[in-house]
Design a protein around this ligand. Structure first.
Ligand SMILES: Cc1ncc(COP(=O)(O)O)c(C=O)c1O
Length: 377
């Protein structure tokens, strides 16, 4: 095997995503000891910078978990739902279903409220479910990557809070690509990971958690070890990780967070994502027979799902993927399980267009020029 054979594709999937050359090079910075003063030079600015990007201050702790977003999500349900309590998992797609699965396999008493692919959370139905199940915690997805739908996080959190429950939010595929204003959101926990809009390799799950939620966690039994939010916060307060971190990724992250804050600028980054989203909508509207899945007002700034024309099968999308590979791109032929369910029930399947992280408008234009003839051919 030769590493020369590894293709250097431009990724337009919904994460992992394109990594800037400067961040690739930062992978060669020196390794360090995670209990040494060198650790603070990386994780100090990373943690402060993440809070700035989230729009919060000391009202949230920020934890870096080894693993990915899933590890961080699992820790929230494991640590915050007690044995005699119920967690309500609200799903608008595959990742809402994932949060429910995590609650179930951790032995939690779990109820699920599910919406059709492409739908957003209906607040009246949520209110009915809150009244029925009286949950202690409610999980939901901010940006559903399988459908490109953004939920109104603030409105959902407010309703959940009105019913006395803690909102646990999955923001994996939007954090770093849109203004969050976490301090005003009402979220008790907000989870993300490095390989989406932060444009880094995968390797850390990130949890923002309120002191109030940490106090609640102290009352929950069997929180595990790496999934224990209380111990994790203990390390985070020292700007450390609970277990040995990937120091290569930490070096890259320190460089990338500094770039986001001080070179690109947070406001410019969010504005660029809106530009990418609008370019994507314009591209789709020029393709006869193709339609955006998400409803107006809930269309993601980071990932777009598109209904393909009647009769265009998954097999065809897979051929397009290979044609795009030959052109140097990685194309996303839709979320696997959702597409097979849609095809089996005779409905139009989906493709997805990822436009997150450090992708530039010029890169997206090049991608669309290469993709258009494949979709119309
Ligand atoms: C919305 C959402 N939640 C959770 C996950 C799982 O995160 P990870 O792959 O970082 O474990 C993903 C991954 O695609 C996601 O898009």
């Amino acid at each position: 095997m030769s590493t020369q054979d590894f293709a250097d594709l431009k990724l337009f999937i919904t994460g992992p995503t394109f990594i800037r050359p400067e961040v690739r090079e930062a992978g060669q910075l020196p390794e360090f000891g995670h209990r040494d003063s060198e650790n603070l030079k990386r994780f100090g600015p990373i943690m402060v910078g993440l809070k700035e990007l989230a729009g919060c201050a000391d009202d949230y702790h920020v934890i870096l978990f080894n693993g990915s977003g899933s590890n961080a999500m699992e820790a929230t349900v494991r640590s915050l739902v007690a044995d005699d309590e119920c967690v309500l998992n609200v799903s608008v797609g595959a990742f809402g279903d994932l949060y429910h699965k995590m609650a179930v396999v951790n032995g939690k008493k779990a109820a699920q409220l599910r919406f059709e692919p492409g739908a957003t959370i209906d607040l009246a139905l949520l209110e009915a479910a809150l009244t029925k199940h009286k949950p202690a915690c409610v999980t939901f997805t901010h940006n559903e990557t399988s459908t490109g739908v953004v939920n109104d996080m603030k409105a959902v959190c407010a309703l959940v809070r009105k019913h006395g429950a803690l909102p646990l939010v999955d923001g994996v595929s939007i954090f770093g690509g849109a203004a969050l204003n976490l301090s005003a959101s009402g979220a008790a926990t907000y989870v993300t990971s490095t390989q989406k809009s932060l444009a880094l390799p995968a390797g850390f799950g990130i949890v923002f958690v309120t002191p109030e939620a940490v106090e609640k966690a102290k009352t929950v039994k069997n929180r595990g070890f790496t999934s224990d939010l209380v111990d994790q916060v203990g390390s985070a307060l020292k700007h450390q990780t609970l277990t040995t971190p990937n120091t290569t990724l930490a070096n890259q992250m320190a460089v990338q967070i500094d770039y986001i804050l001080h070179t690109e600028g947070i406001a410019n980054r969010f504005a660029r994502h809106i530009t990418l989203r609008d370019m994507t909508h314009a591209f789709v509207s020029d393709l006869p027979g193709f339609d955006l899945l998400a409803p107006v007002g809930h269309r993601s700034p980071t990932a777009t799902a598109v209904r393909v024309p009647e009769g265009m099968a998954i097999a065809r999308l897979k051929k397009i993927k290979e044609a795009m590979r030959a052109k140097g791109y990685l194309f996303d032929p839709g979320y696997g399980k959702l597409n097979s369910d849609l095809e089996e029930s005779g409905q139009r399947v989906l493709l997805r267009l990822g436009h997150m992280g450090d992708v530039t408008p010029e890169m997206l234009t090049g991608y669309f020029e290469a993709l258009r003839p494949e979709l119309l051919g």
